[in-house]
Design a protein. Structure first.
Length: 255
């Protein structure tokens, strides 16, 4: 439903039910709208307080919500593609299976948010705070996570093909089974990260920090690892950039 049609529908319902106390004149009706009502009509509400709002399954493509407060909002299955959510606060928000394709989430706060199964392809999450977020099974092809904070996040089975995680902090992240083929991770921090069965084929890992990471069953084939550090990293059935297998840390029983 287009924004004009949606707005007209809401206005008609609200007037009919007396929500805004309309008495024959439209003067001043906009001033009496809550942030939530205004957003539903205009699909633009920069700096609005939408904390705890239920927007599950709604088509909100192209919305503008810069600096909006969406803490604990329910946006599961919502369509937010091409949306502008720069510096928005989405702490604890439910974004499961949401479409955020090409959305601008630069410097947004998504701490402890639920993004499992979401589509983040081509989105911009540069400098975003994703601490403790759940991105299990998300699709993030060619997505920008430049200097993003992903510490303690769950990225199990995420697809990050050709994503840019330059200088991103992935300390203590779970990337088990993730696909990071041809991903750009220059100067990325993967300290103590779970990289079991992670695919780094063709990735740029220059100066990345893998200290203490578990690379059991991981694939680094054709990856560029110059000046990357692997102090105390675990190698077991790990495919190295030259195609060889590194079993240096495998228990004898697993060989």
């Amino acid at each position: 439903m287009g924004s004009q049609k949606l707005g007209a529908t809401i206005v008609a319902i609200a007037i009919g039910q007396g929500i805004w106390g309309w008495s024959g004149s439209t003067a001043g009706w906009a001033e009496s709208l809550s942030d939530f009502q205004y957003f539903l009509i205009s699909q633009e509400c920069n700096g609005c307080d939408l904390q705890g709002s239920v927007l599950a399954g709604m088509s909100l493509a192209g919305v503008t919500l810069e600096r909006a407060n969406l803490q604990n909002a329910n946006l599961s299955d919502a369509v937010l593609s091409n949306g502008v959510l720069r510096e928005a606060n989405l702490t604890g928000a439910d974004l499961q299976r949401a479409s955020l394709t090409r959305a601008d989430l630069t410097q947004a706060t998504l701490q402890n948010s639920q993004l499992n199964g979401s589509s983040l392809a081509y989105a911009d999450l540069s400098e975003a705070n994703l601490q403790g977020a759940n991105l299990t099974g998300a699709i993030a092809h060619e997505t920008l996570f430049v200097e993003a904070n992903l510490t303690n996040a769950n990225l199990t089975d995420i697809s990050l093909v050709e994503a840019n995680l330059g200088r991103a902090d992935l300390t203590n992240v779970n990337l088990q089974g993730a696909n990071l083929s041809y991903t750009y991770l220059t100067r990325g921090n993967l300290n103590n990260t779970n990289l079991t069965a992670t695919n780094f084929t063709g990735a740029r890992l220059i100066r990345a920090n893998f200290d203490g990471a578990d690379l059991t069953d991981a694939t680094l084939r054709d990856a560029r690892t110059s000046r990357a550090t692997f102090t105390d990293a675990i190698f077991c059935r790990t495919i190295m950039p030259d195609g060889s297998q590194n079993d240096q840390d495998c228990p004898e029983s697993s060989l």
